[in-house]
Each structure stands twice: as structure tokens, then as C-alpha cells.
Design a protein around this ligand. Structure first.
Ligand code: GDP
Length: 470
């Protein structure tokens, strides 16, 4: 299928999802405000039937996507080729023949935050290194999660070049793109100045067409490549992950649920009940069951709150819950920064990324890491998630814009207007048919119907690594 065909097909899938979210939200509101029991019954009926139609549509769409002989296979193979290419480019960048003369980027792991946040910090460093063709040197001794550093769990970022031994060092600044200094030091992304265009959610121009052809969220896929390279397990971790997978009885099909509670709730995110997560696990299995009758429902449950597993098991007896509860306990008892808690959160993100579907909150970096890792693994897994809050983002990203594809006239207070072709800076999707954003032309912020816009992905010139062949 052509690029246009694939883009159109995914657009149909996206808009039918927005349609269903809109109907569900509006009807639920009517139901909650109604005092007439007859009306409530009627609305419930419409909701039930619409939910059923939605599931049938999704099932039909997934059949259609793979109907033409071999398209499913082609998509997966092409995505895999792109993954191999990017991984080999990173390998090439990170292994210069002469470390003494190689241009380097220096990054300190010691950002004061959790594992997901620190991993994203290093991800940003590696993206900077890739785009400036400098080998990334990571300073990780004394890491709060493992005092011996990065290599106590992951493969070294380089086989040939791990030291900063260079003549000249400068900090990232206005001239860094042409700076001859052998080493450039990076600050945390929040203090980066100037901010280059190649930061996420940008994708490299040279791969953009191929990538857009096979993947619905090229930005997440691109970030996922860097996270994948960074988290290649060392032999000991690999053995631990394999054994844990076996011991826990992790088998597909399985839905991954990540419930982020403790310190996050109230401060940075809202509380969500177990039922809210399970509703989408149910929905996924209802659709899956259409082609696989009698499937055993399984959920991989990860959380920093040990009470969640007990509640889930009690209220969903038709599910098998796979969970590393021990580890979750350690995570929430204040001893978060230990070897055991590091292995725990690595195991959780690893197994969540191997699930068939992910239900979580994108406000959590743990959940976003899992989603990012998912992308290079499964062809196009861009729709394999339900986030209960944010849309996908990368901390410190450049402005995320959507493009209006139809005119819109505000219908109520708090809604914005736009014309087809306008750029809308997106703040979030309310998952009820509406998103929030700012019309760049009028400067007005507010709600607008999500279906009238499409994602606008920045394609930015980056080095093409011609030495690495496809
Ligand atoms: P965020 O705060 O959720 O955005 O993510 P961070 O990774 O920056 O910080 C949260 C920390 O809490 C993690 O690094 C873990 O140490 C711990 N944590 C949160 N959720 C889980 C989970 O599901 N499993 C485990 N093992 N640890 C978790």
C-alpha cells in the first residue's frame, strides 16, 4: 500500500476512536444529569449498542489493515529494517576508531529524579549526540539507583570510547553546532540554550517518509530507538529478566496496566481508580475475543502502590494478574534508590513494553518509557495504548503542533475557532472528542474538536550516517 493509503487508513482509525469517545462522553453526561429513569434507561441502551458497534469497527479495521496479502508482514519487516538501521547508526556513532581524537558529548546521569526521568535525561543526551555526530560519554558513577553506575545493569554505551580524556571542553552554547572543541558538556534539557530544532518530537528528514509509511507515531518510535539502545541489558540483567518472565508466568496475549500512585498523586497527576484502567483492559479483550474466542484474560500489573494488586484480584476474578508485587513494595517504602528497586522498575518497563496493549497515565515517565520501548519491537504499536491523562510527550520537547484540516467555528464559551491550515499548539486531549490548544494565528487558547486537526511532525535535517548501509 502507498504512503497515502497508509496515512488515510490510520486516519480512519483515529477518527472513529475520537467519534466513539465523543459519543460516550456526551451520553454519559446526559445520563448523569437526567432525573427521568426512562431517559436513563434509553441512554444506557444507546451507550451499550454504541460500545458494541465501536468494538466491531475496531475489529473490522484491524482485519482490513492486514487483508491485502502480506501487508501486515511488509509493515513489520520494513519497521524492523528501519530499527536495525538506526541501531547500527548508534553503534557506529558510539564506537569511534580512535577515542583520543573523537568528538564527544558529555552527559552526567545525576539528575535528581526517578528512573524514568533519568533515563529520559540520557535519551535527550544521546539524541543531541546523534544530531551533532559526537560520541556520548556518560558519567554515571554514584548513580542513586546503583552506585557502580550504568554498567551494573546495561551494556556500556561504547566498546571503544568511554572516557572524556580530551584536550578542549566547552559547554553547549550558540556556537556548538560548529564548535571544534573536542568535548561539549550538556546541561539538563530544561537549561539547554539555544534549543536546537532536532529535539523531540522532531524526526530525521532522511527517514521521515519511510517511517511515516509504516508507523502511526514516528516521534515516539524515534525516541524509542534511543531508549532501546541505552537499555540494552548486560548479561546479568538479561538473565534476571528472562528468569523473572518465566517465574512470573508472563505470556501473551496480555494487557499491561501501570498504576502510578504514591508521591505522584495530587502533586503531578490525578488519582485514577483500578476500574478506570480495567475498563480499557476489558475493552481490548472484548475486541481480541472476536477473533480468539475463549481467550484467557491476563493483565501484567505494575504499580508503586502494593494495594492495587489486591484490589484488582478481588474485583476481577476472571483475570489472571501477573505482577512483581515484591518489587513494587520496595519501590513504595521509601527505599526507592536501591539495586532491587532498580531491577524492579527495569523489569516492569521491560514487561509492560512486551504487552499487547498498555493502559496507563502518560504523565508518568515509567509509562512513557514502556510505550517508547514498545515501538521498535512490534512494527506499528502506536495505537496499542490508552493513556488516562496526557497525550504522548517528551520532557523538554519543542512545541507540539497540530494542523487544522477543517474550519471550525467556536460553538460555546471556552472553545476556539480556526481555519483549515492554521497551526494549533496542542496542550492535551480530553479524550471526549475535544482537545485543548492554542491557535497560533489568533493567540486564543481553548477547546476544539480533535477530529478537525492532524498531528504535525517536524522533519529536521540530521546527519545521515552514509557509512552505515541499509
Ligand atoms: P514518574 O515520576 O512516574 O514520572 O517516573 P520516574 O521514573 O521519574 O519516577 C518514579 C519512580 O517510582 C520510578 O523510577 C520507580 O522507582 C518508582 N515506580 C513508579 N512506578 C513503578 C512501577 O510500576 N514499578 C516499580 N518497580 N517502580 C515504580
Amino acid at each position: 500500500p502507498s504512503l497515502e493509503h497508509e496515512v488515510a487508513r490510520r486516519e480512519v482509525e483515529r477518527v472513529s476512536e475520537e467519534f466513539w469517545m465523543y459519543i460516550r462522553a456526551e451520553l454519559t453526561q446526559i445520563k448523569e444529569q437526567a432525573s427521568d429513569p426512562d431517559l436513563v434507561r434509553k441512554v444506557n441502551n444507546i451507550l451499550e449498542i454504541s460500545a458494541d458497534i465501536h468494538k466491531k469497527l475496531k475489529n473490522d479495521q484491524s482485519k482490513l489493515a492486514n487483508m491485502v496479502d502480506g501487508t501486515g508482514k511488509w509493515r513489520k519487516k520494513e519497521a524492523q529494517r528501519l530499527t536495525d538501521l538506526v541501531q547500527r547508526r548508534l553503534e557506529h556513532l558510539q564506537n569511534p576508531p580512535d577515542c583520543n581524537t573523537a568528538k564527544k558529548m558529555f552527559c552526567n546521569l545525576g539528575k535528581g529524579c526517578g528512573y524514568g526521568c533519568q533515563l529520559h535525561h540520557v535519551t535527550y543526551c544521546l539524541i543531541m549526540a546523534y544530531a551533532t555526530q559526537r560520541t556520548l560519554i556518560l558519567q554515571s558513577e554514584g548513580w542513586r539507583y546503583a552506585s557502580k553506575g550504568w554498567e551494573s545493569v546495561f551494556l556500556p554505551l561504547s566498546k571503544t570510547c568511554r572516557t572524556t580524556g580530551g584536550q578542549t571542553t566547552s559547554r553547549w552554547g550558540p556556537n556548538s553546532m560548529t564548535d571544534d572543541a573536542q568535548i561539549i558538556e550538556l546541561p539538563i534539557v530544561d537549561s539547554l540554550s539555544p534549543r536546537p530544532r532536532f529535539l523531540p518530537l522532531a524526526i530525521p528528514e532522511d527517514l521521515a517518509d519511510r517511517l511515516t509509511h509504516v508507523h502511526g507515531d514516528p516521534s515516539a518510535w524515534w525516541v524509542g530507538q534511543f531508549v532501546t539502545y541505552l537499555t540494552r541489558p548486560n548479561a546479568m540483567l538479561e538473565q534476571f529478566l528472562d528468569e523473572a518472565k518465566q517465574k512470573l508466568g508472563f505470556t501473551n496475549p496480555i494487557v499491561g496496566v501501570h498504576v502510578r500512585r504514591t508521591d505522584k498523586v495530587g502533586m503531578e497527576a490525578q488519582f485514577h481508580s483500578v476500574d478506570e484502567y480495567m475498563r480499557y483492559a476489558n475493552e481490548w479483550f472484548d475486541i481480541y475475543e472476536k477473533q480468539h474466542p475463549g481467550v484467557q484474560r491476563r493483565v501484567y500489573l505494575a504499580s508503586d502502590d502494593p494495594g492495587v494488586l489486591h484490589e484488582a484480584k478481588k474485583n476481577y476474578p476472571n483475570y489472571i494478574f501477573v505482577s512483581d508485587n515484591e518489587v513494587s513494595k520496595t519501590a513504595s517504602l521509601g527505599s526507592r534508590y536501591t539495586d532491587a528497586s532498580l531491577r524492579g522498575v527495569i523489569l516492569d518497563t521491560y514487561l509492560l513494553s512486551r504487552c499487547n496493549y498498555l493502559v496507563c497515565t502518560f504523565s508518568s515517565q515509567v509509562c512513557r518509557v514502556a510505550y517508547e520501548l514498545m515501538q521498535p519491537l512490534h512494527g506499528d504499536a502506536s495505537e496499542w495504548f490508552k493513556s488516562l491523562d496526557d497525550i504522548f510527550y517528551f520532557g523538554g520537547q519543542n512545541a507540539h503542533n497540530w494542523l487544522a484540516v477543517e474550519d471550525h467555528q467556536s460553538r460555546r464559551e471556552g472553545e476556539i475557532s480556526f481555519n483549515a491550515g492554521d497551526t494549533v499548539g496542542v496542550a492535551g486531549n480530553h479524550w471526549d472528542g475535544y482537545s485543548k490548544g492554542r491557535n497560533a494565528k489568533t493567540g486564543k487558547s481553548g477547546l476544539f474538536p480533535s477530529y478537525k486537526t492532524v498531528n504535525k511532525i517536524d522533519r529536521v535535517k540530521m546527519p545521515t550516517y552514509p557509512e552505515v548501509t541499509d
